[in-house]
Design a protein around this ligand. Structure first.
Ligand code: NAD
Length: 249
């Protein structure tokens, strides 16, 4: 894995576990140098970096809270110092919460939007200047099917993920003339820690309403992200690719 580098660097937010970690492994396997952003999980991020390096890949870890613009800017400066430039930004960091709308507090609402959409703005804002100057770059945002269809008891999450779709489409229009592709993935239900609260009965019900009769894996989402980052997707921008097993068609 990764022993032949493609000379490109991908910064992936929230990459110490789940979809972000799967994306880090997939990008490294494809020859990217991978900048692994994490918030708290220094140990998991370090282990991921070591795994990638043991397979001949290149990776470095960067602690930053995506809701803190100063630390995001510092992280981006460090990645550029270490790897030269950022060719791909994957805005993956996110939080979820299931609650009745009438029980969502002001601070829960604000935190959801801060991480899931303001964080996307901060990271993109910090990275995009150099992409514009180079007239080249790819930005992939991680939304959700719930940002498309809406989910009961997840109004704040659904709102934030719908915002990611709007952000993606608007920015794609603005940055197209700079040859920067901005797309998003909107995964269905994926087997990660984010869904650790699902009961067997919940999973049975999800499988029942999914044509492919199962939930997805982080690796499957990572492959969609990797495709959108690749040259094969050079004529694709402003789109929503939804690895969801047919749950939303
Ligand atoms: P996860 O909880 O395993 O991963 C989320 C990651 O984001 C964690 O590593 C977490 O530490 C990081 N993070 C959270 N807040 C952060 C912050 N302020 N700064 C930096 N990092 C932060 O869950 P996952 O399923 O891997 O989720 C990844 C993305 O995929 C999220 O945006 C999520 O909304 C989206 N998504 C997940 C599913 C699913 O079913 N698992 C479906 C659709 C979309």
């Amino acid at each position: 894995m990764g022993s032949v580098t493609n000379g490109k660097t991908a910064l992936i937010t929230g990459a110490s576990r789940g979809i972000g970690a799967a994306a880090a492994r997939a990008f490294a396997r494809d020859g990217y140098s991978v900048a692994i952003n994490y918030l708290h999980s220094h140990g998991a991020a370090t282990k991921l970096k070591c795994d990638i390096e043991s397979r001949g890949g290149k990776a470095e870890i960067y602690r930053a809270d995506v809701t803190d613009f100063d630390s995001v800017e510092a992280m981006v400066r460090s990645v550029v110092a270490d790897f030269g430039q950022i060719d791909v930004l994957v805005n993956n960091a996110g939080i979820a919460e299931q609650k009745l709308f009438t029980e969502i507090t002001q601070s829960e609402w604000e935190r959801m939007l801060a991480v899931n959409i303001t964080g996307v703005f901060y990271c993109t804002r910090a990275v995009v200047g150099e992409m514009i100057a180079r007239k080249s770059g790819k930005i992939i945002n991680v939304s959700s099917i719930w940002g498309i269809t809406g989910a009961s008891c997840e109004v704040h999450y659904s709102t934030s993920k719908a915002a990611v779709v709007g952000f993606t489409k608007a920015l794609a229009k603005e940055l197209g003339p700079s040859n920067i592709q901005v797309n998003c993935v909107a995964p269905g239900v994926i087997d990660t820690d984010m869904n650790s609260g699902l009961t067997e009965q919940d999973i049975w019900a999800i499988n029942e309403s999914t044509p492919l009769e199962r939930i997805g894996t982080a690796d499957e989402v990572a492959e969609s992200i990797l495709f959108l980052a690749s040259d094969k997707a050079d004529f694709i921008t402003g789109q929503v690719l939804s690895p969801n097993g047919g749950m939303v068609i």
